[in-house]
Design a protein around this ligand. Structure first.
Ligand code: PLP
Length: 435
């Protein structure tokens, strides 16, 4: 249950922090400084903060390399040969999967391509991909290039679901209708989980069900959803999903990507894939034989030697997620975001100053609120930056007004209610004329 009768006082924000069950986790992270004080970091949707345990986790692997060298693959507390296994259980909890349905490998756009090898196999009758308009550019490029690779024309083969005239979000009914209408020709429905720009969290189970009804696969790019919103990928029967580990999952710039492949596909040897020796069963990998017997589950999609130095920070970060638990993180995220949204509404009531692009329904958003500002936007953003707020600025690509969007993501893992108070205070300061 959410409180909607928040109060604007500092004492109120501090009282919420006092009651916060996850408050201890903040001290597990390095908070960047601004002028000798902690910055107000609201950019965890772009690059999550570094856990203090990250350096130790890396040092451990450096030591293993120093002391054991090649034997490190087989010896020590965490032999490198099995490194992917140390991440599967905690990661499966983050996305609602069975342990063997997830794997950490490569980076995000690479995994999107690799899983499309398995799940986008167009035929002359079924060749379309349905996706959201305004998807993250990398996904747009990846999908268009896949379509061309198979000899089709993206103009015709990619169907983008648009918001209705004058609207910002996609209506679930419109998404489902587009899938139904194109059903017989659709090979794949590929959506973001949470749209990077508007912060809209799509109805994944409904989209998956509609894709399956049409006889198509359902895949998701969960870059802005993993570690942010609760998901049940297994129960929702999602076919595949990919995400990165450097946004909400705090595993460092360019950190490795996660992939989900539903159990009903994971053991299907007839599903084509691009293979490499790291997907070969461990007991056979070093026999160097010609036949490929993939590891059952998502691990069988691994291609290349596991990059230990980028896996170690991810492993340590996932330990923190495992301890905090997605349920508690989500409960806090809802309250933090609700408080932020209440504060923004309060400022807007005095005078209409900005527009929140993110849906107000709790089930249709995660931690991020996107604040659209018309002309003065960049000045406001600079004011926030000068006062130690780290968030991000995107030129407007919706209204073409010369304005822009500030994306603010209070993350449950390390942000406080007091920070939300300070952030809104700075906004208020900016709008209050100096006497
Ligand atoms: C962040 C993000 C990416 C970035 O992909 P990389 O391959 O990690 O560079 C791609 N897609 C979406 C939806 C994202 O949010």
């Amino acid at each position: 249950m959410l409180k909607t009768d928040h109060q604007s006082s500092l004492a109120y924000a501090r009282a919420l922090d006092e009651k916060d069950q996850l408050a201890e986790f903040r001290s597990a992270y390095h908070i960047p400084a601004h002028g000798g004080n902690p910055a107000i970091y609201l950019c965890g949707n772009s690059l999550g903060l570094q856990p203090k345990a990250t350096a130790g986790a890396l040092e451990e692997e450096l030591r293993q390399w120093q002391e054991k060298a090649v034997e490190g693959w087989f010896e020590g507390d965490r032999p490198w040969l099995s490194y992917h296994k140390y991440l599967q259980a905690p990661l499966s909890g983050v996305v609602g999967a069975e342990t063997e349905e997830v794997i950490v490998m490569n980076t995000l756009t690479v995994n999107l391509h690799l899983l499309m090898v398995s799940f986008y196999r167009p035929t002359s009758r079924r060749y379309k991909i349905i996706m959201e308009a305004g998807a993250f550019p990398s996904d747009q490029y990846a999908l268009a290039s896949q379509v061309r690779f198979h000899g089709y024309d993206p103009q015709e083969a990619i169907v983008e679901v648009q918001p209705r005239a004058g609207e910002i979000h996609l209506r679930t009914e419109d998404i489902l209708q587009t899938i139904d209408q194109n059903g017989a020709e659709t090979a794949l429905v590929l959506f973001g989980g949470v749209n990077y720009y508007t912060g809209q969290y799509f109805d994944l189970p409904a989209i998956t069900e509609a894709a399956h009804r049409a006889g198509a696969y359902a895949g998701f790019d969960l870059a802005h959803a993993a570690g942010n919103v609760p998901m049940q990928l297994h129960d929702w029967k999602v076919d595949f999903a990919v995400w990165c580990s450097y946004k909400y999952l705090n595993s460092g710039p360019g950190g490795p990507s996660g992939a989900f492949i539903h159990a009903r596909h994971g053991n299907d040897p007839d599903l084509p894939r691009f293979a490499g020796w790291w997907g070969q069963k461990e007991e056979e990998r070093f026999l160097m034989q010609k036949t490929f017997h993939p590891i059952p589950g998502a691990a069988g999609w691994q291609i290349s030697t596991v990059p230990i130095m980028s896996m170690a920070p991810h492993r340590i970060s996932l330990e923190l997620f495992d301890r905090a638990g997605m349920d508690r993180l989500h409960a806090k995220s809802e309250l933090l975001t609700d408080y932020l949204s209440w504060q923004l509404d309060r400022l807007n009531r005095q005078e209409h100053r900005f527009q929140i692009l993110t849906p107000s329904e709790l089930s249709a958003r995660g931690s991020q609120l996107s604040i659209y500002l018309e002309k003065e936007g960049k000045n406001l953003f600079d004011h926030l930056s000068r006062h130690g707020v780290i968030c991000d600025w995107r030129e407007d690509n919706l209204f073409h007004s010369g304005g822009g969007v500030i994306r603010v993501a209070p993350t449950a893992m390390y942000n406080t209610f007091e920070e939300i108070y300070q952030f809104t205070n700075l906004l208020e300061q900016y709008y209050t004329p100096k006497s």
